[in-house]
Ligand binder design. Structure first.
Ligand SMILES: Nc1ncnc2c1ncn2[C@@H]1O[C@H](COP(=O)(O)OP(=O)(O)OP(=O)(O)O)[C@@H](O)[C@H]1O
Ligand SMILES: [Mg+2]
Length: 151
C-alpha cells in the first residue's frame, strides 16, 4: 500500500490513524534515510495512542517506553547500534503486550514473525511516499483495516 503525503502534519495524521487500529504485539519497522520522516511519523503515532509526552529520539538508550497510552508503546532507534545486536532481547518487546516502532529497522539481524515495514521516500521538501507492507497475518489484517478507513 502506498500513501503520498505532502506535509509533516499529513504524515502524522496517517500515523495516528494507524495507531488507533493497532493491537498488542504490533511491530512497525520504519526504513528510510536521515530526515525521511521516521521520528515525525512516530510522534503522530504516539499521539494516536493517546500519549501526550514529548517523543524524543531514543539516542543513547536505543529504547524508550511509554506507558500512558491505550497500549504500552516502545520506541526503538537502532541507528547507533554498531554491528552485533542479537543479544538485545528485543523479542521481549516485539512479543509483548505493547506496540513497537523501530527506526532503522534494516539494522536488525533477527526478524519477528509478524511486522509492518514502512519505507519512507523523500520526493520534495515536504513530499513523502510511504510504502506499507505486511509480513504475517496480524499485520495483513491491520493494513486491510487501514485501507478501509482511508477509502
Ligand atoms: N511529509 C513529511 N513527512 C514527514 N516529515 C516531513 C515531511 N515534510 C517535511 N518533513 C520534515 O522532515 C524532517 C524529518 O525528520 P525526522 O526526524 O522525522 O526524520 P527521521 O527519518 O527520523 O531521521 P533520522 O534518521 O535522523 O532519525 C522533519 O523536519 C519534518 O518536519
Ligand atoms: Mg529519527
Amino acid at each position: 500500500m502506498e500513501y503520498q503525503l505532502t506535509s509533516p502534519e499529513e504524515t502524522q495524521v496517517l500515523a495516528a490513524k494507524l495507531a488507533q487500529l493497532v493491537t498488542p504485539g504490533t511491530v512497525l519497522f520504519l526504513i528510510g534515510d536521515l530526515g525521511a520522516g521516521k521520528t515525525t511519523f512516530t510522534k503522530g503515532f504516539a499521539l494516536g495512542l493517546g500519549i501526550k509526552q514529548m517523543i524524543k529520539s531514543p539516542s543513547y538508550t536505543i529504547i524508550r517506553e511509554y506507558e500512558t497510552g491505550r497500549l504500552p508503546f516502545y520506541h526503538l532507534d537502532l541507528y547507533r547500534l554498531a554491528g552485533n545486536n542479537d543479544d538485545l532481547g528485543l523479542e521481549e518487546y516485539f512479543e509483548g503486550e505493547g506496540v513497537s516502532v523501530v527506526e532503522w529497522a534494516n539494522l536488525l539481524e533477527e526478524l519477528p514473525r509478524d511486522y509492518v515495514t514502512i519505507t519512507f521516500t523523500k520526493t520534495s521538501l515536504e513530499g513523502r511516499i510511504l510504502n506499507l507492507k505486511a509480513t504475517g497475518p496480524n499485520s495483513t489484517a491491520l493494513l486491510k483495516k487501514l485501507a478501509k478507513e482511508e477509502s
